[in-house]
Design a protein around this ligand. Structure first.
Ligand code: RRO
Length: 299
């Protein structure tokens, strides 16, 4: 057993927000999804106050070692999330973490208050790091802004507040330290690294409808490792590490760099059961070994 800010988990592998649609998967796989859910907790796609269409297509560009996305937060908005999505997500056999984003402290406060008040919700992840809309990224790029946000939302709930950090700023570790001081319970990193692809048919013009996007997958694994290590050097909070995790070795590397838990993102598009595979490969060793988790037979 391990835990996420005090929430007991069966193993240390979560999904990265927005990379696994549990409601769509339930429709496709039925109750088999509940019997064999690949993650120890489920983190939702980002929820905003109002419904959003998302960015114009194209929204994806494949890289030799990853993806660039410019999805732009399409979602049904808070009201429909609470009435339609939450009851379905509550049937999952794992704790639920709801990821929220707003364009102001007041907007985030309304989201946190509404979501955290629901019994189905175990924790809230604050997305201050989306590379595809300006406002959320600005809040998470500046330690003072992040601290101000935490100060506004911390009094609204006793449930764990996890801050999702951006790599697209001067010092993620300084933002992490500010979040810790202002009352965050945990940190997750990294969100995607800002990137761009050009349209092969139109020289000099961006391929993605949103212009730029966020890079994920193996391309960012080394960035994630460095940033998790740097953040761990500055804070004592639990860290959910992510970025290019495809195998238990990658998960283990992030944990050795300072993460307590890991999340799988882009790899789930290729293999929806990758979370289960990595969790199975990370086996608990005896209390005497001094290690919490060990690899079982991975090359
Ligand atoms: O929806 C997106 O475009 C998106 C979000 Br909210 C995010 O946090 N990270 C990302 O890479 N894409």
């Amino acid at each position: 057993m391990t835990d996420l800010c005090g929430i007991p988990l069966a193993h240390p592998v979560l999904n990265a927000s927005g990379t696994f649609d549990a409601i769509a998967a339930r429709r496709v796989f039925g109750d088999a999804l509940l019997e064999r859910f690949p993650f120890a907790a489920f983190v939702t796609k980002t929820v905003t106050l109002e419904p959003r269409q998302g960015n114009p297509p194209p929204r994806l560009w494949e890289l030799p070692a990853g993806l660039i996305n410019s999805i732009g937060l399409p979602n049904n908005g808070l009201a429909r999330f609470l009435t339609e999505d939450l009851p379905e997500l509550a049937e999952l056999p794992v704790p639920l973490v709801v990821n929220v984003m707003g364009s102001s402290r007041e907007a985030v406060a309304r989201l946190v208050a509404a979501v955290a008040a629901r019994d189905e919700v175990a924790a809230v992840e604050l997305n201050v790091s989306c590379p595809n809309v300006k406002t959320g990224l600005l809040m998470g790029a500046d330690p003072g802004e992040t601290a101000g946000l935490l100060t506004a939302v911390r009094p609204l709930t006793a449930k764990p507040l996890i801050v999702k950090l951006t790599p697209n700023c001067t010092s993620p570790a300084a933002v992490a330290a500010a979040a810790e001081q202002a009352g965050a319970d945990g940190l997750s990193l990294l969100n995607t690294v800002r990137g761009m692809a050009l349209d092969p048919q139109r020289p000099g013009r961006p391929w993605l409808g949103g212009g730029t996007g966020g890079v994920s997958g193996p391309a960012v694994r080394a960035v994630a490792l460095a940033q998790v290590a740097e953040v761990r050097g500055r804070v004592g909070l639990p860290i959910v590490g992510m970025g290019g995790v495809q195998t238990a070795r990658h998960a283990r590397d992030l944990m050795e760099a300072g993460a307590d838990l890991v999340a799988v993102g882009t790899e789930s598009f290729r293999d929806p059961l990758v979370g289960e595979r990595i969790a199975a490969e990370l086996v608990q060793t005896s209390a005497n070994s001094g290690e919490l988790w060990a690899l079982s037979g991975e090359a």
